[in-house]
Design a protein around this ligand. Sequence first.
Ligand SMILES: [Zn+2]
Length: 492
Amino acid sequence: MERYKENKIKVYNSLSKKKENFKPITEGYVGMYVCGPTVYSNAHLGNVRTFMFFDIVYRYLLHLGYKVRYVRNITDAGHLENDADEGEDRIAKKARIEKIEPMEVVQRYTVDFHNVLKNYNFLPPSIEPTATGHIVEQIEMIKEIIEKGLAYEVNGSVYFDVLEYNKNEHYGILSGRKVEDLIHNTRTLDGQSDKKNPQDFALWKKADERHIMRWPSPWSDGFPGWHLECSVMSTKYLGEQFDIHGGGMDLKFPHHECEIAQSKTCSGKTPVNYWMHTNMLLLNSQKMAKSTGNFILPNEILSGENDILPKAFAASVVRFFNLQANYRSILDFSGEALEASEKGHTKLMEAVNFLDKIAAGKISTFNVQEWENSCYDAMNDDFNTPILIANLFEAVKVINHIKEQNASLTAPDLFAFKKALNGFVFDILGLTNENSKDSSEKINGVVELLIKLRKEARENKDWALSDQIRDELIVLGIQLKDGKEGTTFSVN
Ligand SMILES: [Zn+2]
């Protein structure tokens, strides 16, 4: 039986602001959309936090036996410098400054983004669509919104009419804003904008002559507004209504609010059942900012090449640190906190490694099933990774008691314990046992060295030494095989 049948998840829905029972639209299937990065600079540590949390959601849903379609887009056009649809396209600006093509910017930072995710052991999403790959669909959606009377064209640009939409719907439903307040708080038009009202947002922008990222449309040669791509791609790959939409909380307004307005205008349906938002990440209790120097890149943490942290940290330690905090709390990243996590991570991995060496006892002094249930309870409660980790440390305690011969587990319990612990540590939390990877690399190196020495012994016709090396390795469970291509080995 699929595990999801006995594990009922509760999800904190940012829309209702409460925990709700998670019920997918189609039983056994989950559609999840997460707003991906705008690839105009290196992957940001704050983004890594967001994507890491949704990696956990994805991993856990798969673990429970759901068939998940996880869509995470790449924004490679249309994201302007500020939310009021002003300023340059971020990618075009970077291209101008670096004197390269916009698509070179996109390629460079998409590669960087994927590299970071690989280093931090992320599962790739099912689909990773790009904005530029969906221009035709975006134009179609704009036409539809114009037909419904909720968008207007001015001088080749098209804007969504927020006030008109708000007559029948609630623009601000997700972020808790009221249009009256928005009107009040937005500065008056300076005559530069074509918008009827300042809170309207762009669906299509006419490109000026210098703008290379441009496509023909019924209104002008131009490019789509940033919010549109997510409505288009989520609808295309997940349908008019889907289960989970995620992102950083800074995207709630205006980005996600605009997505709801666009999608609802076209389909007449509420597009998303569960909205999930991750909280922000601080660095040494301060906002991260390149301008103040309080800034670090995800890969600089791994290499140690930075002025912020005392040393390099393994990716799995950083992952562990991230997951020790609830995704809805602010996370304060610092060298001290990472060092504490490193100790915890080492303890956990030592226990996991030792579990392999434990022999079964006659009786069980620990209720494995009860422990396993509390691990599931933690994850079922809105993916509460800090509580799960606390439970994993209960397991560490038990393993240490067994080590000291103060506890024991029967063979079936030991098997169940190992399976569950490995499942939570490696499959669900995505941690890696880098020490053991390290030591297996060392063993390989030592065996290769012995093979070389044995070859030299044979060349010197020192058959006794050659046999001694082979036989003593067999005792250690390492089998040498001589072949035409040389000697290989296997470890039992
Ligand atoms: Zn988005």
